[in-house]
Design a protein around this ligand. Structure first.
Ligand code: ZN
Ligand code: ZN
Length: 588
């Protein structure tokens, strides 16, 4: 009822404006109304998706587990329709830039949900859509409330698990072999949440013996449901399984919804192919120049790719010792900040320091480095740079890792993750806070920015060799950067190739190992990933390409007047919105 009233008043407001020219008041009223609308939209969203709410730090519905049936999907579709109608009541052109992008993102999300339910239908063919373990594990691992309270919600939430998996079995039709196996592995792998993990949490709690017993009794029913689901999948008669390859039409649409690029999937694929050819040419030229300094006694191989590979291997030997991996990162961050100041590339707010820490135990296994930022409901939380540890690794594994993240690549990694990559982008996006962008933040924009800054820093001379005094990034640095950049480029080629062009595993391995210089183990992992995901592997290159091309376009137009610092700050001021909408607003 309340919603209806608001919509009516907005309609009136929009229609009796009379004057077609935007006025200050109109803008202000529209923005106020839209801000109110967004708040109600999000509350309704959390009611509909309690698991999603919990993952974003909104814990009102922690004890609720929704049953993934047609009734739930109908509710979601009704939600989409009603909110697409609500959006129509606003005059988009009268909204602030921040609200304009929010409007587009809500609309995009609603269209995407409709498409996922009506066309993509993974609830039929992807059994790994059904898994309760992760959300329960988070309840144990994250300290958002007292352990006792979390355990009580945990108990209540377990009530629907049996019905959840019974429903799952009824939804599945003609699944792919790959997603069936993934579902078995992930469900069985996550079951320890209801076993050892739960037991150790109960030990630390203040619940009484009777409550603990109740919880454990229900947990053992949950384990049985999970085991039963895995068995159902193993026994499933699936003589003509669906292919894991998405096919041209679904792929094009998924790309549109997930990435929201101004390029089509096919255009991005073409651009990635061209980019790969350019990178190979540049890498070969550098290899020829560097060869005498490093390998003068060895004849350079005829095959260009083989020669490049040998040069990369030689350069990769230069790396930090395992025990100084984290301290090296700590030293590099202020160096990056100073370089950016010196070159006047972007303003960096000194009041928001980045906390570098050893990766917490519950994240272990995710090797390397990552940024974790506070969610939309944890405004004062720290942003962490998590650095993986080598605990439990053998010597050979550590050496291989250190060669991968060698002297050159480690610097590029820090640019990407921290400054001026992800971390800087986060600081800027927090200056125009938007719950919509926190929840629906565009992955291609976020990753694209981080990938863009890697190149931008080198273009401005980061990674130079002080002994030459040229002030330009060294040839070694460029060669290693190109190798790094080949990864996201070839990920795009791989993804499109596999899902649209039927690329075989053999061809995929050739692409990754011979053309992108990846280790065989890494390439095998990529193949696994591309056979159970689609489009996600493209987001890095797509975002990068869009931002880079846009900058070049503005540079051309602006000539001498183009200012790189202004471009960066303006670009980031719109928050984590799809690049195509940022372009629209910056071009107006
Ligand atoms: Zn070594
Ligand atoms: Zn990233």
């Amino acid at each position: 009822m309340k919603k209806l009233l608001v919509c009516l008043s907005i309609l009136v407001l929009a229609s009796c404006g009379g004057d077609p020219v935007k006025t200050e008041t109109n803008t202000k009223n529209q923005d106020e109304a839209f801000d109110g609308y967004k708040e109600r939209f999000v509350l309704r969203l959390w009611e509909l998706y309690p698991g999603w709410a919990s993952s974003q730090g909104y814990h009102k519905y922690d004890s609720v587990l929704t049953i993934p049936n047609q009734e739930q999907r109908n509710k979601e579709l009704a939600f989409c329709q009603s909110h697409l109608d609500s959006l129509k009541a606003f005059d988009l052109s009268a909204l602030s830039d921040n609200n304009k992008t929010d409007y587009h993102m809500i609309e995009g999300q609603l269209h995407s949900t409709q498409w996922y339910i009506n066309e993509y239908k993974s609830y039929e063919w992807n059994p790994s859509d059904y898994n309760v373990c992760g959300s329960f594990a988070e309840m144990l691992a994250n300290n958002y409330d007292s352990l006792d309270t979390r355990l009580r919600h945990f108990y209540l939430r377990m009530k629907n698990v049996k019905a959840y998996y019974e429903t799952a079995k009824q939804q599945i039709k003609n699944p792919t072999v790959e997603h069936t196996q993934l579902a078995i592995d992930q469900n069985l792998g996550g079951a320890s949440t209801f076993d050892s993990d739960l037991i150790s949490a109960l030990d630390k709690s203040h619940l009484d013996a009777k409550e603990k017993e109740q919880i454990l009794a229900r947990a053992s029913e949950v384990k049985a449901s999970i085991g039963d689901y895995a068995k159902f999948l193993k026994d499933l008669k699936n003589e003509t399984p669906r292919s894991f390859r998405l096919g041209k039409e679904l792929y094009a649409k998924k790309f549109e919804h997930d990435i929201q690029s101004s390029y089509t999937a096919k255009e991005i694929y073409q651009k990635a192919l061209e980019h790969k050819t350019e990178l190979h040419a540049q890498m070969f030229a550098l290899t020829k120049e560097l060869w005498p300094a490093y390998l003068k006694d060895k004849k350079m191989p005829e095959d260009k790719l083989v020669a490049i590979k040998q040069m990369i291997d030689v350069l990769s030997v230069k790396h930090v010792a395992a025990d100084s991996f984290q301290t090296e990162i700590e030293h590099q961050i202020p160096r990056l900040v100073n370089f950016i100041k010196e070159k006047d590339l972007i303003y960096i707010d000194p009041s928001k320091p980045l906390v570098i820490r050893k990766e917490p135990a519950y994240m272990a296994g995710v090797a390397g480095a990552s940024i974790s930022s506070p969610g939309p409901y944890d405004k004062n939380g720290n942003t962490y740079y998590n650095v993986g540890s080598f605990a439990g690794w053998d010597k050979a594994q550590i050496e291989s890792y250190l060669r991968e993240y060698n002297h050159y690549i480690l610097q590029i990694l820090n640019i990407h993750e921290a400054i001026p990559g992800h971390y800087t982008q986060l600081v800027y996006s927090n200056q125009s806070p938007s719950i919509i962008k926190s929840i629906f933040g565009n992955g291609a924009m976020v990753e694209g920015w981080a990938v863009y800054t890697e190149r931008m820093m080198l273009e401005n001379g980061y990674g130079n060799n002080p002994s030459t005094g040229s002030g330009q990034a060294s040839k070694e640095m460029w060669l290693m950067y190109f190798k790094w950049n080949l990864r996201s480029t070839c990920n795009t080629i791989l993804d499109y190739g596999v899902h649209v062009n039927n690329l075989s595993k053999e061809e995929a391995m050739h692409l990754l190992v011979d053309e992108a210089f990846q280790q065989k183990a890494e390439a095998e992992g990529k193949w696994k990933r591309v056979s159970v995901t689609q489009v996600q592997l493209c987001s890095y290159f797509t975002g990068f390409k869009e931002i880079y091309d846009f900058r070049e376009e503005l540079k051309k137009k602006g000539g001498k007047k183009f200012n790189l610092k202004q471009f960066h700050e303006k670009f980031l001021s719109y928050g984590s919105a799809p690049v195509k909408y940022i372009k629209e607003l910056m071009n107006k």
